[in-house]
Design a protein around this ligand. Structure first.
Ligand code: ADE
Ligand code: ZN
Length: 339
């Protein structure tokens, strides 16, 4: 298929996004606008200067800038505007279902209430469901560089909003903060009825993926690239069809891979792993969903059949009902036959 045909095919196919940090959608233009209305200072003098700082050698260098950016978010309206901007953007890209992370501790540690954060995000999600037809799930992620007590406190704060939150996750600085640090928090979260997911094997070793599975009892892995270091692990993930939410452009920008042509997604498909394409922090990594699919398809010369499989994988890996999944998959198969 020619490049333009592949692009058109990807742009038109209905997609779902399963690995997206709402704080990672904060575009510099909106950041400056919100900083101004909140009288908050940004370290950089202009949008252009800020964008120049988006060059990272590893996860931590990115996280330092990402947390600094989030500092200007103060009011419920700020969280609404941030979320609404993301949803309208992906609506244009034919994304029809999203399962998104928010990091409450990034805000509560600065004195912004849990209620302010979740109400702004949730109202935007409801509006996009009603006005744009995007269905959604919300995942509350614990920051793994903070301690267990802080995660427990966050879980307590979330309980009054249990109906709005489908799952708990684990993100931030991976190496040195293994899943085992949060075993008891995740046990309590699961007892409260939350689904469990965790970032594992992005920079950290395959052992962290084992821990996430065995100790946190997660049902979906965020990233998981490093599973390829361990044949036994690959076998288990394939047998149980545990989804991996991969983020190709994020991996490139954070030097998890040095070239997109070396991205393991195709190899993982061949090993029968349930892999999916996602954007992670699109405002920082140069692309939303379509760009992630397009750049990956070009770099690895993916076929139309492989692209279709990846899109179907995402719906399979989502938390939509079986009925909704079947409907979406039938729609994708029909699209793929006709385009
Ligand atoms: N928080 C936002 N993006 C992240 C990533 N790629 N890894 C870990 N924590 C994150
Ligand atoms: Zn992530």
């Amino acid at each position: 298929m020619s490049t333009t045909t592949i692009e058109k095919f990807i742009e038109g196919i209905p997609k779902t996004e399963l690995h997206l940090h709402i704080e990672g959608t904060f575009e510099p233009e909106l950041m400056f606008e919100i900083a101004k209305r909140n009288n908050k200072k940004i370290k950089y003098s202009s949008v252009g200067e800020l964008k120049k700082a988006y060059s990272f050698n590893n996860l931590q260098e990115f996280l330092d800038i990402y947390y600094a950016g989030a500092n200007v978010l103060i009011t419920e309206q700020d969280f609404y505007d941030l979320t609404w901007a993301y949803l309208t953007k992906v609506h244009e890209q034919n994304v029809v279902h999203v399962e998104i992370f928010f990091d409450p501790q990034t805000h509560t540690d600065r004195g912004v209430s849990f209620e302010t954060v979740i109400k702004g995000i949730y109202r935007a999600l409801e509006d996009s469901r009603d006005q744009l037809g995007i269905s959604f799930k919300l995942i509350m992620s614990f920051l793994r560089h903070l301690d267990e007590a802080s995660a427990f406190k966050t879980l307590e704060q979330a309980l009054p909003y249990k109906k709005w939150i489908s799952a708990v996750g684990l993100d931030s600085s991976e190496v040195g903060n293994p899943p085992s640090k949060f075993e008891r928090v995740f046990e309590k979260a699961r007892d409260e009825g939350f689904i469990a997911v965790a970032h594992a094997g992005e920079e950290g070793p395959a052992a962290y993926i084992w821990e996430a599975l065995d100790l946190l009892k997660i049902t979906r892995i965020d990233h998981g690239n490093r599973c390829l270091d361990d044949d036994q692990l690959v076998k288990r993930l394939a047998e149980l069809q545990i989804p991996l939410t991969l983020c190709p452009l994020s991996n490139l920008e954070l030097k998890v891979v040095t070239d997109l042509r070396d991205h393991p997604i195709q190899e993982m498909m061949k090993k029968n792993l349930l892999v999916t394409v996602n954007s992670d922090d699109p405002a920082y990594f140069g692309g939303y969903m379509n760009e992630n699919y397009i750049e990956t398809a070009k770099a690895l010369d993916l076929s139309k059949k492989q692209i279709t499989q990846l899109v179907i994988n995402s719906f399979k890996a989502s938390w939509l009902s079986n009925e909704e999944k079947e409907k979406r998959i039938a729609e994708i198969e029909e699209y793929s036959q006709n385009n």
